[in-house]
Ligand binder design. Structure first.
Ligand code: LCS
Length: 414
């Protein structure tokens, strides 16, 4: 069925699906590493790209293809490339689009390993990078050099919830001959489609909203242009960052409910964010659906909803934040986000610990910031849970629980 004219929720169910000979309503798991050729000429034609078909699962597989086609259509791109993880997608993009002597400008508040991979690994091969607050286009412009090839945006950014104007930065970057890559993990294609706003490549950690059930790690890249798509696919194939068919099957299943999950979670998120704003123990709430968020108006233009990620700081700083995390009962203290269960975590000691304290400060977040990914539990339970945890923060910490907390953090960090 041609799904191009359908609405987003219909696309989530039907895009990318091609019926097989059995009439299976769901895309089967083609759990095979290799595919038989009809004869030598068929094999040669597949390798020469003269015929469409499957050769070897690292190169392509029908279950994985269904997911790639589906997300490519949701993002309005020309092709999708599923990867082993979100970092597999980031690594493939860096590998394919940059080379020794070139430079990348990136969002300062970017997922820790996306920055670590560039600064600690790609730098060893002569790739340079600069990190700025990309929500300020002037800072992006100042960071551009004659050898800048890629402007890499994460918006909304992890964990500051800073938002970049994709259209404005894309126009600037293109005028300087640079490609624009957007990590769209926090929004998902349900809320934001960067390629429509001028970006050249979009990527996701599908581990998060797209799969949505905290049971798969995976990534995907979508390119707008066929040449860039081919370059990225070749790099993924050669580097072995491919997804596996069982992973793809689970992600396809999760993808179908992306719309209803996001709608429900963001309804709860706005209630929780507004409630947090009124709590005396809470110093600041960063939620893009709040009028107090500095890029709230931009979000209204560039996104179709505000999602379910909230970051907030407590009056008591890091110690209070850690105590809060130790006392939540309905929310789970765990990294990751975008699943059906509410997760709480501490970026400075967990997801963004690989970024130096000075770079975290420059990126705009303190060590007291707590990140909260709203799931599908009843919102009243989540608010009551946060309230009792805030009460526990107000009580002076006793010696025993402080020791428990240290042990807990050491375990999570190891
Ligand atoms: N991009 C963003 C924005 C992310 O948040 C993550 C993971 C990645 C890329 C990498 O994806 P992965 O390889 O894990 O599939 N973010 C995580 C986080 O904030 N907590 O745990 C993982």
């Amino acid at each position: 069925m041609d799904t191009k004219h359908l609405g987003i929720n219909s696309k989530l169910i039907h895009a990318g699906y091609k019926a097989d000979a059995t009439g299976s309503v769901n895309v089967p798991i083609y759990q095979t590493s290799t595919f038989a050729f009809r004869n030598a000429a068929h094999g040669a034609a597949l390798f020469a790209g003269e015929e469409d078909g499957f050769i070897y699962t690292r190169i392509g597989n029908p279950t994985i293809r269904a997911l790639e086609d589906s997300v490519a259509e949701l993002e309005n791109g020309c092709g999708g490339i599923a990867t082993s993880s979100g970092m597999g997608a980031v690594c493939t993009v860096y590998l394919a689009l940059l080379e020794s002597g070139t430079h990348m400008v990136s969002t300062a508040s970017v997922y820790g390993p996306s920055r670590g991979l560039m600064e600690k690994d790609f730098s060893r091969f002569g790739v340079q990078s600069t990190y700025v607050d990309t929500s300020d286009v002037i800072q992006v412009e100042k960071a551009l050099r004659s050898n800048t090839k890629v402007v890499y945006l994460e918006t909304p950014a992890n964990p500051t919830m800073q938002v970049t104007d994709i259209e404005q930065v894309s126009a600037l970057a293109h005028a300087h001959g640079c490609l624009v890559v957007v990590d769209n993990t926090f929004a998902s294609p349900y809320l934001q489609r960067p390629l429509d706003l001028g970006a050249d490549v979009v990527l996701h950690s599908v581990t998060k909203f797209i799969n949505g059930h905290a049971d798969v790690v995976g990534g995907i890249i979508v390119a707008k242009d066929a040449d860039i798509y081919k370059r990225l696919r070749k790099t993924m194939i050669n580097s072995g960052c491919n997804m596996d068919p069982h992973q793809a099957f689970l992600v396809l299943r999760g993808l179908k409910t992306l719309g209803v999950r996001i709608e429900r979670a963001q309804q709860s998120a706005i209630q929780i964010a507004r409630w947090l704003e009124t709590q005396p123990e809470v110093k600041a709430v960063r939620y893009i659906g709040l009028e107090s968020h500095p890029q709230h108006e931009l979000c209204k233009r560039q996104m179709s909803g505000f999602g379910s990620m909230i970051s907030f700081e407590l009056e008591g700083g890091m110690e209070a934040g850690q105590r809060l995390m130790d006392h939540v009962r309905v929310a789970t203290l765990a990294v990751s986000l975008g699943g059906v269960e509410t997760l709480i975590e501490h970026p400075a000691s967990m997801t963004h610990a690989s970024i130096s304290p000075e770079d975290r400060r420059l990126a705009g977040y303190s060590d007291g910031l707590v990140r909260y990914s709203v799931g599908l539990e009843d919102v009243n339970d989540l608010i009551a849970d946060l309230r009792q945890a805030l009460d526990a923060v107000a009580d002076a910490p006793d010696q025993e629980s402080a020791v428990d907390l240290e042990e807990n953090l050491a375990t999570v960090g190891s």
